[in-house]
Design a protein around this ligand. Structure first.
Ligand code: AMP
Ligand code: MG
Length: 346
């Protein structure tokens, strides 16, 4: 499903939420190109301005298709499929795939294993890979859990070796990496104003055409609404939350798609959503998933130590914690003005 639109239009937005967009009226007139595409299991909306925008977005769409063809877990011709069906024999992959895998493994190290690209067998036991949700039996979970562990993946140069029975899935970092590659491509094509919404992974290129910051809506994890807005330029804003994919079991409990690699169970760290803001989409993507698993205290410790990202945490009791670097660019929406908000300082 896709559409492409281009023309000289009156523009000016923007408030993007995980997956929703609102357009507002504005005064300036400029070239606007838009592409909407379903890829990597999500709806992606690309918007760019300027004379190079139409061509650049058409090429971006081609690029997304290329990367999806490499990284799809289910497509039999993908490089990830080849790795997952290699029965322990070494597989030669493209530079992009080995670079993304190495990045994911590196982020696993940096997050004490909270990010783990080998959880696919466990995710499928829960039905998160197909939508046929179920609470797996302890036996099945134990059996699948034994087939995980990022430290067992070998990636030397362009050669990947995965022990038989294991399966990898780069879904927790791929969209962020795609955002980086697309932003780089757009900048090289002299696009200075674009907003890429890759299913909750937002990548801002430059500013709005009028020079003001992009307004990115943050979704309330307990409803469909936007509870706050971040104003950013040239940054990635990536959110992970339990609300994105979940089911309610026969026991009445809610089970979501982000798993704790230590247990194989949905991560219950006390957080309902984690938004990371930083220069690199891939790093923001990896961190949003990992910090959701790690919880507030460990997330704060990592923030202090790393120094290259900012974050907004929403706890499962509806409190907001944001790091001091976002203080001046974060604002609660009117209906959420009373939401308890605390600034995390260094
Ligand atoms: P994201 O939306 O970026 O937070 O990624 C979540 C997706 O990554 C899930 O739908 C799973 O496919 C996969 N996943 C779940 N838990 C983890 C984890 N702890 N580490 C890495 N990938 C995970
Ligand atoms: Mg992620």
């Amino acid at each position: 499903m896709r559409y492409v639109r281009f023309g000289a239009l009156a523009v000016g937005f923007l408030c993007l939420t995980a997956c929703t967009r609102t357009m507002e009226n504005a005064s300036s007139v400029t070239d606007l190109a838009e592409v909407s595409v379903f890829a990597m299991d999500t709806y992606m909306y690309l918007t760019a301005y300027g004379s190079a925008a139409e061509t650049a977005l058409a090429q971006a769409e081609t690029r997304i298709a290329e990367l999806e063809n490499k990284w799809s877990v289910t497509l039999e011709t993908s490089e990830i499929y080849a790795i997952n069906h290699s029965k322990g024999t070494p597989v030669s992959v493209s530079d992009e795939t080995s670079s993304l895998l190495r990045f994911s493994l590196d982020m696993s190290e940096q997050t004490d294993g909270a990010l783990d690209c080998t959880l696919y067998p466990v995710l499928s036991a829960w039905g998160f890979t197909t939508g046929s949700y179920q609470i797996p039996s302890e036996t099945l979970l134990a059996q699948r859990f034994a087939q995980t562990g990022y430290e067992k993946v070998q990636c030397n140069g362009s050669t990947v070796t995965l022990p038989e029975g294991m399966q990898i899935d780069l879904g927790a970092v791929a969209k962020g990496y795609v955002g980086d590659l697309l932003a780089e491509q757009l900048r090289a094509q002299h696009v200075t104003s674009a907003l890429l919404d890759l299913g909750g992974n937002i990548q801002a290129v430059g500013t709005k055409p009028d020079g003001s910051a992009w307004r990115i809506g943050l979704r309330n994890p307990f409803s469909e609404e936007t509870f706050a807005v971040l104003e950013v330029a040239d940054l990635a804003v990536v959110t992970s939350g339990g609300y994105e994919r979940y089911f309610v079991g026969e026991d009445g409990e809610t089970y979501w798609h982000i798993l704790d690699p230590e247990t194989g169970q949905p991560a219950r760290s006390g957080l309902a959503s984690v938004t990371i803001v930083g220069q690199e989409g891939r790093r923001c993507d990896a961190l949003s998933t990992a910090l959701f698993v790690m919880g507030r205290e460990k997330a704060e410790a990592l923030w202090r130590q790393a120094g290259d990202f900012e974050m907004v945490l929403v706890t499962d009791t509806g409190e907001v914690f944001l790091t001091e670097g976002l203080e001046d660019v974060f604002s609660l929406q009117q209906d959420y003005a009373d939401m308890p908000t605390e600034i995390i300082r260094r």
